[in-house]
Design a protein around this ligand. Structure first.
Ligand code: SF4
Length: 330
C-alpha cells in the first residue's frame, strides 16, 4: 500500500480544539483505504463521531460540503489543497504527502534535461513537500530553477485544470514530478515548452512528446467528427468547483449563432450511461472538469469536446492555436 502523511495527530488536536462533535471525512479514491483506520483513531481519541463520504472524489472542486452541511461540525478533506470557493461547512484540508523515494527518477530526468539550463519545476499536491529538495538537486547539477505561484494553486503546484503556476515562467523546459501523463500533457499544451516527467511511481523519467502527439491526433479526430454535428449537448457540472454555467450559456449562443441546436444539460457526475439516453445529440461539449473529454474519451460513444475545441469546430479558432481547457479560480 502506498504511504501518505495523513497528519493524524494534528487532526486530532484540531478536532479537540474546535470541540467538534461530528467530523466528516472525505478522501480521493486512492486514499479511502485509510478511512476506517483514521475514523477509529479520531473517535477513540476525541470522542467525536465520524462520517466518511463514500462518494467518488476527484479534486478540491468536488468537496462534500453540500452533502455534509447540517450533519458535521467540520469536514476534513484529504489529498487536495483549498480552492477560493465558499464552502458550506468549516473545512480542514490535509495535503496527504506521498512518502516514497523520488530522487532516483529526478536523477534520471537530469539526463534528459542536459541541454536545458533554466528549469520550471512543478508537481501535484502529493509531492509539494519535496519541491525544495528536488530544486536543490537540480541546482547542484548546474540548473537554474523557477517555481511560480499560481492563481488558486500553491507555488509549483499544478492541477489537471490549472497550469497557471507554470505559464508565466520564463524557462527552457519543465520538470514535472509525479505520475501519469495528463498533467504533463496539460503543461506542454499550456506552455508550449518541452516537458520532462520524473515519475517516482514507475521509477523512471520520460518526455511527454509521444503521448502528446497521440492525444492530439485523437483530439483532431473528435473535432473532425464534431464538424458534422447539428445538435449539441452542453454538459454543465452541478459541483461548485466545476460549475461554469455562465460560460456554458455563452457557448450555447455561439453554437446557435452558427445555425445549430444546443441544449444545457446539468449533471453531478458525467458518465457514459447517462449520456446514452440523449440519442439525438450529436456531440457533447464539456464545461465541467476539463479532464473528462480527454482522459475518458474512449468510453463515450459520441464525441466529447472542450470549449476551445468547439471554437475550432465552428471555425472561430485555428487548429494551430489548440489550447488545453483550464478552470482558473481568480
Ligand atoms: S476540475 Fe478536474 S482537474 Fe480540476 S481540480 Fe477538479 S477534478 Fe481536478
Amino acid at each position: 500500500m502506498v504511504n501518505y502523511q495523513l497528519k493524524e495527530d494534528q487532526i486530532v488536536t484540531k478536532i479537540v480544539e474546535l470541540n467538534a462533535r461530528v467530523v466528516g471525512l472525505q478522501f480521493p479514491d486512492g486514499l479511502r483505504v485509510h478511512a476506517t483506520k483514521l475514523a477509529r483513531k479520531i473517535e477513540k481519541e476525541t470522542g467525536a463521531t465520524t462520517i466518511i463520504s463514500g462518494d467518488a472524489c476527484y479534486g478540491a472542486c468536488d468537496l462534500s460540503d453540500r452533502t455534509m452541511e447540517g450533519c458535521v461540525d467540520i469536514l476534513i478533506h484529504f489529498g487536495h489543497t483549498t480552492l477560493p470557493l465558499d464552502y458550506r461547512v468549516p473545512v480542514l484540508f490535509v495535503e496527504a504527502y506521498y512518502t516514497m523515494e523520488v530522487m532516483n527518477s529526478v536523477k534520471e530526468a537530469l539526463k534528459i534535461l542536459k541541454d536545458y539550463k533554466t528549469i520550471g519545476l512543478v508537481t501535484t499536491t502529493q509531492h509539494l513537500n519535496l519541491l525544495d529538495d528536488v530544486a536543490q538537486l537540480l541546482e547542484k547539477n548546474g540548473k537554474k530553477v523557477q517555481m511560480g505561484p499560481g492563481k488558486g494553486t500553491l507555488r509549483g503546484q499544478v492541477l489537471g485544470c490549472n497550469f497557471s503556476s507554470a505559464r508565466e515562467l520564463s524557462v527552457d523546459a519543465f520538470l514535472y514530478l509525479g505520475s501519469g501523463n495528463f498533467h504533463p500533457l496539460g503543461l506542454k499544451l499550456s506552455t508550449s515548452k518541452p516537458v520532462i516527467i520524473a515519475d517516482p511511481y514507475m521509477n523512471e523519467a520520460r518526455t511527454i512528446d509521444e503521448f502528446a502527439d497521440r492525444i492530439l491526433r485523437a483530439r483532431f479526430a473528435k473535432i473532425t467528427r464534431a464538424m458534422d454535428a447539428k445538435k449539441w449537448g452542453i454538459l454543465v457540472s452541478s459541483k461548485e468547483g466545476q460549475n461554469r454555467l455562465e460560460m456554458a450559456r455563452i457557448l450555447k449562443e455561439k453554437i446557435e449563432d452558427h445555425g445549430h441546436e444546443a441544449y444545457l444539460i446539468l449533471l453531478e457526475n458525467i458518465r457514459p450511461e447517462l449520456l446514452m439516453a440523449f440519442r439525438d445529440i450529436d456531440v457533447f461539449l464539456v464545461t465541467a472538469c476539463p479532464r473528462i473529454a480527454i482522459d475518458d474519451a474512449q468510453i463515450y460513444e459520441k464525441p466529447l469536446i472542450t470549449p476551445h475545441e468547439m471554437e475550432i469546430v465552428l471555425g472561430l479558432r485555428d487548429w494551430e492555436d489548440y489550447q488545453i481547457d483550464e478552470i482558473i479560480y481568480e
